[in-house]
Design a protein around this ligand. Structure first.
Ligand SMILES: [Zn+2]
Length: 246
């Protein structure tokens, strides 16, 4: 009972303070918060998009994220609106790294983007098949291969880490690591920042080349201008994506 008595006293005191506070007069009221976004992509709005427009939207979304201007969304409304069908505009292949969540860093909502994630954002037959579905079947206009600074997969591969099934996965990075080693001074290990940063870029370029090599479906769509495939490296510290020249 003592506890409830104390709470009642504190509440009464708080109420007294609030009720005695001078009324604010002639103050400018803050503008009302914008309504959360409920709209989702539809067959028509997806159809109207071009690869160039989608890439601009992803770049703008990353700028909003890095500037602390994320869009407010009503996720439940978006879930309800997309339950009967999805028309995403892009597919992102990124790293499993917990610090690089594509929907957040590109400021996208439910139904906006497909996402595939694997350590070191490297392709395999399952991921290429998934990307073919996302583009040829489901209509996405852009493929983004997204690396990131300080990627543990590239670091581990450069440092010769061996562990269970990870050993085989890390072998996938041999070629980009060799190219980065040839193009930079010093040791080819994770302590060499210039080497590591170039290896991360080269790995993104390698994944793009391998996807095009393995998928006539995707290559034909790119050649026909229906689809763009681009690479970027996300900076863990700034939150910004540095887009690579194609
Ligand atoms: Zn990574």
């Amino acid at each position: 009972m003592k506890y409830f008595g104390l709470v009642a006293t504190l509440l009464a005191a708080g109420f007294a303070v609030i009720s005695c506070a001078p009324k604010a007069e002639n103050t400018v009221e803050a503008p009302p918060a914008p309504e959360p976004l409920r709209a989702v992509l539809t067959a028509d709005s997806q159809q109207a998009l071009t690869p160039e427009k989608v890439l601009e939207e992803l770049k703008a979304g990353n700028r909003r994220f890095a500037d602390g201007q994320l869009t407010r969304r009503d996720y439940l409304a978006q879930a309800d609106a997309t339950a009967s069908g999805q028309y995403p505009k892009a597919v992102i292949l990124g790293c499993v790294d917990s610090r690089v969540p594509p929907e957040i860093i590109f400021d996208q909502g439910i139904g906006d983007i497909f996402v595939g994630r694997v350590a070191g954002n490297v392709e395999d037959v399952n991921l290429v098949g998934s990307i073919e579905f996302a583009t040829k079947v489901a209509g996405s206009k852009v493929i983004v291969i997204l690396g990131h600074t300080s990627c543990g997969a590239i670091k581990g591969a450069a440092d010769g880490v061996e562990l269970g099934n990870l050993t085989e996965l890390l072998n996938d990075f041999d070629e980009p690591i060799a190219r980065a080693d040839a193009a930079t001074e010093g040791e080819a290990n994770s302590a060499n920042a210039a080497f590591l940063n170039l290896a991360i870029e080269e790995n993104v370029r390698q994944t793009i080349a391998d996807i095009l090599d393995q998928s006539p479906v995707i290559t034909e769509m790119v050649e026909d201008g229906e689809l763009a495939i681009v690479g970027g490296v996300y900076d863990l510290a700034s939150g910004r994506v540095a887009w690579l020249d194609s």
